[in-house]
Design a protein around this ligand. Structure first.
Ligand SMILES: *[C@@H]1O[C@H](CO)[C@@H](O)[C@H](O)[C@H]1NC(C)=O
Ligand SMILES: *[C@@H]1O[C@H](CO)[C@@H](O)[C@H](O)[C@H]1NC(C)=O
Ligand SMILES: *[C@@H]1O[C@H](CO)[C@@H](O)[C@H](O)[C@H]1NC(C)=O
Ligand SMILES: *[C@@H]1O[C@H](CO)[C@@H](O)[C@H](O)[C@H]1NC(C)=O
Ligand SMILES: *[C@@H]1O[C@H](CO)[C@@H](O)[C@H](O)[C@H]1NC(C)=O
Length: 513
């Protein structure tokens, strides 16, 4: 063989190897885990007791991992707080934490367990990945000691992080992500100084990872997709559902569609805390999802995804700014959606064209109901403002929703069943952001795969009559650059929110640990 021939041969071989090894599709699994919670999470336990407790949860996860691997899954995601539970204090979580090294150290804990001290949880997760030849994604706690001289070092001399870890199919630690956007009351953990942009490559695409409340903010969530171009997001979560716009399956599937990525969401299962809703979502439609408020059991979901999903660019304001407001005779009224004051109009006819505006945002709706029932009221609403309860984030929202009762004052409240089907709908808005998440939710908190689409000029429209009665059709827009807008002159809506908070303090609305 001449050198040229050899080089050509070598090049072809490398090419073939790459061809063989890179997969167009892969099989994803997510496990909704009915986590066992500590009896008294505020009591300090010994490290041995903490480990024994965690092993009981990992025993359950092991069953799911084995089952997923036997069905050919390449990767499995398990939930946030899925190994030790929640409601800890900073002190009481400490025995559950391990020192998790930077993945750059190139470590397979299963092969070399004591290289970085005693890390039994990382060792067991690594062995589960290796033994079953599957990527394992889990959420555990990291501890890092710091010197009192460091300006941000906590008084107890250590940082504690809510951490996602990923072990590849050889058991190697390939990703470690410290949660950036801690939820209200998550005082047992510290946030890293800078958002961590964690990605890793596989033969089935590029992956990014973040946790629960992170999904509402720009960094690292949006940046992973926009700047680092990940194909698939891994999303361990402990999500408490809040209707009408922030139930898990609804918002997570909308994020996948709005951002144009695959999204693997694994939630805890605890119906009494309103935690359920996991899924495997692609940009075009959800491949599989699970929502179950009735049984106490966990659930494994498996589905095939494209390794490199394609998606089209949408201009979210193009259509809405090109048309004139539909003339509506109906009286506008105010209603509260999760502490935010929306402007609504009632849909009084069986079919029609409506416009409603608030500040800069105008929302247009064309719709036809299958029947106009006397026992149900639907309304079209608009909101353009800063949300300030349990987090601070600027929203622009256009929504068609079912009101709780026929009393218009209840429009915007949580409701999870409906009776009215829609023959068609088309919703658009004059959004001042390119980050808009399209939601369609049916009665009993069910998704509507393949029943709707988004056009390149920003219309969310039905492809067929809805397969079930409708709870909401929503364009949920985020204006990240306005999150820090000064709240110098609180307006009436902020004031009324404060009053409501005082009245309602014992009730916890949405939690996302
Ligand atoms: C944990 O906290 C949530 C929210 O505060 C509460 O609803 C739940 O009852 C607590 N769970 C336990 C086991 O203490
Ligand atoms: C992995 O396999 C080895 C050898 O078969 C076994 O000893 C070990 O217990 C397994 N570990 C796990 C976590 O499955
Ligand atoms: C993944 O692969 C791409 C090229 O295919 C490379 O640019 C990137 O740095 C890799 N990322 C990681 C995290 O290895
Ligand atoms: C979207 O469309 C509107 C109206 O056609 C246009 O003014 C605007 O520049 C477009 N936005 C982007 C980001 O292309
Ligand atoms: C809504 O508007 C469209 C075109 O703009 C028109 O074809 C349709 O008849 C209108 N529907 C109703 C119920 O007014």
């Amino acid at each position: 063989m001449t050198t040229t021939q050899f080089l050509a041969y070598a090049a072809i071989s490398v090419f073939c190897v790459l061809e063989v090894n890179s997969l167009d599709t892969f099989i994803a699994a997510v496990y909704e885990h009915a986590v066992r919670l500590p009896d008294d999470p505020l009591t300090l336990v010994s490290p041995e007791e903490a480990l024994a407790f965690m092993n009981r949860n990992i025993d359950v996860l092991e069953g799911a991992i084995t089952l997923a691997a036997n069905q050919g899954a390449h990767i499995i995601v398990t939930p946030e707080d899925g190994i030790y539970g929640y409601n800890f204090s900073r002190e009481s979580i400490y025995p559950y934490l391990e020192d998790i090294p930077d993945p750059q150290v190139n470590w397979i804990p299963c092969n070399n367990p004591n290289r970085f001290g005693y890390n039994p949880v990382q060792e067991r997760l690594s062995c589960l990945a290796k033994n079953n030849s599957i990527y394992v994604v889990a959420n555990i706690g990291d501890k890092k000691s710091c010197k009192a001289s460091e300006p941000q070092c906590p008084p107890d001399g250590r940082y504690q992080y809510n951490t996602n870890v990923v072990f590849d199919s050889q058991g190697k630690l390939v990703a470690r992500y410290h949660k950036q956007n801690l939820f209200m009351g998550e005082d047992q953990f510290n946030a890293p100084k800078e958002p961590e942009m964690v990605t890793f490559n596989t033969t089935f695409g590029k992956f990014g990872i973040f946790t629960c409340f992170d999904i509402l903010f720009h960094d690292p969530a949006v940046a992973l997709v926009k700047d680092l171009h990940v194909d698939t997001v891994l999303f361990p979560t402990a999500w408490m559902n809040v209707l009408p716009h922030l139930s898990a399956v609804e918002f997570h599937s909308a994020w996948a569609m709005g951002m144009g990525v695959n999204f693997l969401a694994s939630n805890l299962h605890n119906p009494s805390n309103r935690m359920t809703g996991s899924g495997i979502y692609a940009p075009d439609f959800p491949r599989a999802f699970h929502y179950d408020m009735k049984t106490p059991e966990g659930k494994l979901i498996i589905s095939t995804l494209d390794s490199h999903p394609s998606h089209s660019i949408v201009n979210w304001s193009s259509y809405a700014s090109s048309i004139h407001a539909f003339p509506t005779g109906n009286q506008e009224f105010k209603g509260t959606v999760f502490f935010d004051e929306f402007t609504f109009v009632e849909l009084t006819e069986i079919a029609g064209n409506y416009t409603v505006c608030q500040k800069e945002l105008c929302c247009h709706l064309s719709y036809e109901m299958s029947e106009k029932r006397s026992d149900e009221v639907y309304a079209l609403g608009a909101f353009d403002g800063l949300h300030v309860v349990e987090g601070r984030y600027y929203l622009q929202i256009c929504t068609l929703l079912k009101c709780e009762t026929t009393d218009l004052h209840t429009c915007g409240g949580s409701v999870d069943t409906a009776s009215t089907r829609f023959e068609s709908f088309s919703l658009s808005g004059t959004f001042g952001t390119q980050y808009v998440f399209p939601e369609v939710l049916l009665s009993d908190v069910q998704l509507a795969p393949k029943e709707f689409q988004v056009s390149s000029d920003g219309r969310l429209f039905s492809l067929k009559p809805t397969s079930g009665p409708l709870l909401t059709v929503t364009l949920f827009g985020r204006v990240y650059e306005k999150d820090m807008a000064s709240n110098g002159s609180p307006d009436l809506s902020t004031y009324s929110v404060k009053i409501m908070l005082v009245v309602m303090i014992p009730i916890v609305f949405s939690l996302c640990w």
